[in-house]
Design a protein. Structure first.
Length: 302
């Protein structure tokens, strides 16, 4: 009977091949990714082609090939929007990291299952509401008659409402709130993969909790910090509804400028050119952030 079983096993095809001798399963799994990448490449090609067409004012039709659209992108108002986007994205990433790390640490290290469940529910709750709904809620909070100003006025801390809505500070608050769930989940996953015995070993050698955190926990969680920071920075760089509503037209980020050119001025070639430039700036900045963070990680692990 043992010989019969061995003969059957030898006659069966390898686990990675289909019965008809088809391609391995991993190759089949790559097909959807290749399809998405192809569609993405075609979309980028169409965007680049449209950015090189001449804009005819008062008409939705385009003219011949030209590079004038890219020359207009370097106008002061467009460069100001790019710079403001960079500043807001960097500030959002830093503040989101500082606000999210303690929550992620509690989610990963809490011994109470009820507390972990509560933190996870509160973290995931914003995903059940759209970005526009959350942004409108912040309008009610940050407005001159909103919750914050009403509380400060009634407490006598302010004589007149403090302008938070339609400012860069208000947009920053909305972007941080919008980015925190993603940052928390990535950081919690990174912290949960750190073996607690390292922290206990540091404590047994006389390190206090603060020293243990900065010398053991934080360096070991740097891969998660790097990944979360890059994701939040790239996500914020393309933000649209939050600066559109909380900025009120006074705070212009890249996505808002693209929308204004395309839908308000009907300058589709100019909008495409600005989108191409913004995409290039995004790739360069994300690469710089990732490279800097990687050097920091390597420096902390000599």
């Amino acid at each position: 009977m043992a010989r019969d079983t061995a003969e059957i096993l030898r006659q069966q095809p390898p686990a990675g091949l289909a019965e008809g001798g088809g391609p391995p399963v991993p190759a089949l799994c790559l097909a959807p990714a290749l399809l998405v990448m192809t569609a993405f490449a075609l979309a980028l090609g169409a965007l680049l082609q449209y950015s090189l067409l001449e804009f005819i004012p008062g008409s939705l039709r385009t003219g011949g090939l030209t590079t004038r659209n890219f020359q207009q992108v370097v106008a002061p108002q467009y460069l100001r929007a790019i710079w403001e986007t960079i500043v807001l994205s960097a500030a959002t990433t830093l503040l989101t990291l500082l606000a999210s790390y303690p929550v992620a640490y509690a989610l990963a290290r809490s011994r109470s299952a009820a507390l972990r469940s509560l933190i996870l529910i509160l973290t995931l709750a914003p995903f059940f509401t759209g970005a526009i709904v959350r942004t409108y809620a912040w309008i009610l909070v940050l407005g001159n008659s909103g919750f914050i100003n009403s509380f400060l006025l009634q407490a006598g801390l302010l004589e007149s409402p403090y302008q938070m809505l339609f400012t860069s500070q208000g947009v920053l608050v909305g972007l941080v709130h919008f980015s925190m769930p993603v940052m928390i989940l990535i950081l919690a996953a990174a912290i949960s993969h750190i073996d607690p015995t390292y922290e206990r070993a540091a404590a047994s050698l006389g390190a206090n909790p603060v020293r243990t955190f900065f010398r053991v926990t934080l360096p070991l969680s740097l891969p998660g910090v790097i990944s979360a920071s890059v994701v939040v920075f790239a996500w914020t760089f393309s933000a649209f509804p939050t600066p559109e509503l909380l900025g009120g037209g006074r705070v212009k980020m890249i996505a808002n400028v693209v929308k204004d050119l395309a839908l308000d001025s009907f300058n589709w070639p100019g909008s495409a050119a600005f989108a191409v430039v913004a995409l290039g700036v995004t790739f360069v900045l994300v690469a710089l952030v990732a490279s800097s963070a990687e050097r920091l990680r390597l420096r902390s692990h000599p």
